[in-house]
Ligand binder design. Sequence first.
Ligand SMILES: [Zn+2]
Length: 582
Amino acid sequence: MVKKSELIKALVKNNLISQVNISKAEEQANEKKKSLEFVLISKQLIDEEKLINLKASLSGIEYINLFSAKINDMDLNMIPNEVSENYKAICFQKDEKTMKVGLVNPDDFKAIGALDFLAKKKQLRIEYFLISSASYNHARKQYESMSREVVSALQAKEEDDKELIEIKEKEVESVELEEVVKSAPVTKIVSVIIRHAVDGKASDIHIEPLLRETRVRYRIDGILHTSLVLPKNIHYAVVARIKVLAGLKLDETRIPQGGRIRLLINDNEIDFRVSIIPLVDTEKVVMRILDVTKGAPTLEELGFEDREGKVIREQMKKTYGIFLITGPTGSGKSTTLFSILNLINKEGVNISTLEDPVEYYVPGVNQSQIRPLLGYTFASGLRTLLRQDPDIMMVGEIRDNETAELGIHAALTGHLVLSTLHTNNAIGAIPRLIDMNAERFLLASTINVILAQRLVRRICSNCRVKADLPKSASKQVYDSLKKTPIDVLKRRIKGYDVDKIQFYKGEGCPRCGNTGYTGRLAITEIIDINDELRKLIYEPDRPISLDDVQATQTFIDLMQDGIIKALQGKTTLEEIFRVVSG
Ligand SMILES: [Zn+2]
């Protein structure tokens, strides 16, 4: 067993992490009651493989990286599936005398006991290697590749296929149908679909009928990938199984239904928001995965840096006014709101939220899920909240005049209101609110800051290589850089020189599923509504332009921030052009 102090010493000595970062990580580990390793890895303060490699050398076990290992099925099956899952052990190689086993927890004596017993039974010697849990998970995917599982489930299913079609034609009562969906194969298919979505860090699952088959797509880092094709004849049963889990009506196929499923997956409680819509003669299912146990990331983790991060921190010291985040659906607005809430969540302030859906749980914050169908809307919720003596209110979205009016009223009466708005850029928020009948003079005195953001995919750090600037993008890139103050470029991009700009991309490797990307990053623009701008907003019929904004502050727009982040090697130029339109 490697002592924590020993590990810390070695990490610093080998320059794998700075003293400052390690102290910070230790603090967080104590605070969250997690292990130091967990914090280091989950906060990406260190490459997991490097950490495990170092740990291995300290404990005298050999280290191995299983990411590029092609493990053959026979070797893999030396350790039965359940044992592997239980003890996080993988047999990655075997010959007549020895089996080589990768272990995540070599200190787990129960695991060693069980594996030694297994090896003895087969009259083999066992050699242990230390592997990272990422390595383990990767190898396990090979173990029980999704298709293999589904194929076997489908084979079992074939036997009662006839019965199912008959049942469908007769349109039997829901009681009988429930019996059918309880049958193991469909249950298994649905749980495989769900578990793989969670393992693959998908945000949504789409189950949609096509002409001849049913397609299962996962949204990962914002992009839909087709992962699985199922025979069309089980679509009905799969949808029915999900309806049962979500407590929805089985026999209702004509109107949309929505529900929630809570499941325990890999020891994490995960919520699924289920939405079912009727198509011509069938139904489509979309499940949003809400891992409520994971905390919101910090502003730095999201990608707020330099002036943008500073403005937010300054703004959050204010005790009243409106903080707005704009962007299209899926631009990460609510994640940013939660990072900010975490920043200001302390005893002595009463924070209340109205959300749809609740995506993160924050201890100490009064979070409430709106239910428009029951008349509990953002507007009616706000009205109620104002009677609950809140200091800070988070309103999921300003969608209508009434919510806008109530939000402004709350801000005027000494509350801090955080909310989001559906506009393409930060400057668009003001005319949008005016369209919602908000009075200009009220906006002028309440809005503190407007932030716009998009999410781009982060380049996989494991396979990042240099990339050329495509000719077609060249003009836009140089124009954008020309508009950006040189001191900003020099501050944010190491060794910036306009004649030697360098972009990057991910080549694709096993760790990123050959996509070249892992995780996401926000690109942002922020308008600090200072006194000069307030005066301009106050003037009747005067549109506020970007020139107005730029005259009062160093404003970097989405494209500029994106190009800077591409030049920093965090994302690709393609991603920036994909998400920043126009
Ligand atoms: Zn990669």
